[in-house]
Each structure stands twice: as structure tokens, then as C-alpha cells.
Design a protein around this ligand. Structure first.
Ligand code: 5RP
Length: 293
């Protein structure tokens, strides 16, 4: 039984040593609640401030995308090398081992496919995100398209629900045929996501003025890889993006469609977390590829 008068041993109150305030390492995130910070710190390395997210949610609009025909064979070997897995609830339950221990960016909007009109979406029940222990909920935001209002409402709803449960929201800036991937558009779309409460924004890299996109977005930006590029070019894009202020990548096709996806994700990690130059990272890629049985 505890001694009501304590043990009589001397206590140390650290008088004169001020308690240090906790300064959170991600931009725009200092005022978030503890649970949300904890989830974000699982996605972004507190050491580098960056992340290598692996996106394989393409099937929700594209069906069996090249490289994702058998996710059990192609994605599962990549999981140990990813900081976070971005996928649908279907893929999560079907192929991601529950013991993998990786934070999940759950695709939380759905509603249309490449066969119809993209971005005509609704959001999934936030309780599903809680059940699946999601760290981040991803929602498409199609600024400038005819689904602009609908997708901003979806973002708003997820942010409201996520704030209730301490789950962060990832605003994914959609690009459509009618939208240009230039700095003007990407900074407009990214900023609109952040101002409407997104805790992280996913957008595309652009050659001209990308540093303005990251500078004017008050929360971390991760870039999508886009269509498959030669491996060295994809590494160059990742390098330039983080050099110009991105907090990492959320890459899909440029990883799982690479000649050697396991080597590629490790090369991307070298660029994102260690600041390796793309040419050196490509050497690493070739070395790892050559070791493949
Ligand atoms: C767009 C997405 C996809 O998951 C992601 O952008 C695709 O990744 P990548 O472009 O690198 O293949 O969020 O719907």
C-alpha cells in the first residue's frame, strides 16, 4: 500500500530548471493536438522532417494498374522500406500484413473511375479510419474543376471528423485535363487545401517555380511521382522537390513500375532522407539491382 506520507526519501523538483516547451518539427503543425502530432511523427521522420510514402491506391479509379496486378507480390516486399503506406481500405485489409507496423494514409474519398468523370466523390465513414488505425485520411480536391465545391466539402468534412478523432487529413490536389500543372495552379490548389484545414498536402512537382508552391503552403507538401519516368529522372525530380521545400514524396508508379522496385524505393530514401544527389542514388539503385537474384 502506498505510504500516505510518502517514503521520506528526498524529492527532486528541479527547481531553477525551466521545463522546456515541446517544439514540434513540422511546419504549420505546432498547434495540433497530441494524438495528431503523434500520428504525423510516425509518417514524417523527426530527424529529417521528411517522408517516403508509398502510394498504391491507383486501383480505386484505375483497376489493376501496371505493377499492381498482384499487390501481394509487388507491394508487400516494398513495405519495409516505406515510411507510410497510402492505400484503399480494400488493399489494406486484403494484402497489407497487420503486423507491418507502418502508418497508413487511407484513401478516404471515392466515387468515380477513369471510365467516367474523376473527382465526383464522397468520403468514407471516419469510423472506418479509426477502425483501421489510419494516421492520415487522403481526399481528392479538384480546385478549378466542376467538382470543386463537392471536393472542398469532402475535405472540410474529413477535417472536421478527423479533428474529432485526432486523425490528420491529406488534401490531394487533383489535376484534370482542363487544369495545368504549373506553379500558379499548384500553389493555388495547395494553399486552398491548407486553408481549409488539410494537415498535409499532396501535389505535383513542376520545373518552374516549385519553391513558390512549397513556400506559400503553410503545411508540409509531399509530391506525387506521376507517370513512370526513367529511374534517374524520377530521382532527380525527388531531389529537386525536397531541395525546393517539399517534405518528401508520396510516390507510386515511379516506384512499383521501376525495373527493380525494391532498389528504387531505397534509392528514393537516400535522396529524401540523406540528401543524396540523384546520380549517387542512381548508382545505389544500379548496385542494388545488380544484386537481385
Ligand atoms: C492520385 C493519387 C495517387 O495515389 C498518386 O498520386 C499516384 O501516385 P503516383 O502519381 O506517384 O503514381 O493520390 O489520385
Amino acid at each position: 500500500m502506498p505510504d500516505a506520507n510518502d517514503s521520506g526519501q528526498s524529492k527532486d523538483y528541479g527547481i531553477g530548471i525551466p521545463q522546456k516547451p515541446d517544439v514540434f518539427f513540422l511546419k504549420g503543425s505546432g498547434n495540433l493536438d497530441w494524438g495528431m502530432k503523434d500520428r504525423l511523427a510516425r509518417i514524417f521522420s523527426p530527424k529529417s522532417g521528411r517522408t517516403v510514402m508509398l502510394a498504391f491506391d491507383h486501383g480505386y479509379i484505375m483497376g489493376p494498374t501496371t505493377g499492381l496486378e498482384r499487390m501481394d507480390l509487388t507491394i508487400v516486399p516494398l513495405i519495409p522500406h516505406a515510411d507510410c503506406l497510402m492505400c484503399t481500405r480494400g488493399a489494406l485489409r486484403q494484402i497489407v500484413p497487420a503486423a507491418s507496423g507502418k502508418p497508413i494514409a487511407l484513401r478516404a474519398s471515392a466515387g468515380s473511375t477513369v471510365l467516367t468523370e474523376l473527382n465526383d466523390e464522397c468520403v468514407i465513414d471516419v469510423e472506418e479510419s479509426v477502425r483501421l488505425n489510419a494516421s492520415l485520411m487522403a481526399v481528392m480536391v479538384a480546385v478549378g474543376s466542376k467538382f470543386e465545391a463537392l471536393t472542398i466539402r469532402n475535405l472540410t468534412r474529413l477535417v472536421d471528423m478527423g479533428n474529432r478523432y485526432g486523425i490528420a487529413t491529406l488534401g490531394v490536389t487533383a489535376v484534370g485535363k482542363e487544369l495545368t500543372r504549373d506553379a500558379r495552379y499548384l500553389s493555388l490548389a495547395s494553399r486552398i487545401c491548407a486553408e481549409n484545414g488539410a494537415h498535409v498536402v499532396k501535389t505535383y512537382y513542376c520545373e518552374e517555380g516549385f519553391e513558390k508552391v512549397t513556400a506559400s503552403c503553410p503545411v508540409p507538401i509531399v509530391i506525387a511521382g506521376g507517370k513512370k519516368l526513367p529511374e534517374l529522372d524520377a530521382l532527380r525530380m525527388a531531389y529537386q522537390a525536397v531541395e525546393q521545400g517539399a517534405a518528401g514524396v508520396d510516390m507510386g508508379r515511379n516506384v512499383f513500375q521501376a525495373d527493380d522496385p525494391v532498389a528504387m524505393i531505397q534509392a528514393v530514401r537516400a535522396v529524401v532522407h540523406d540528401g543524396e544527389r540523384p546520380e549517387k542514388a542512381f548508382e545505389l539503385y544500379k548496385t542494388l539491382e545488380a544484386r537481385k537474384p
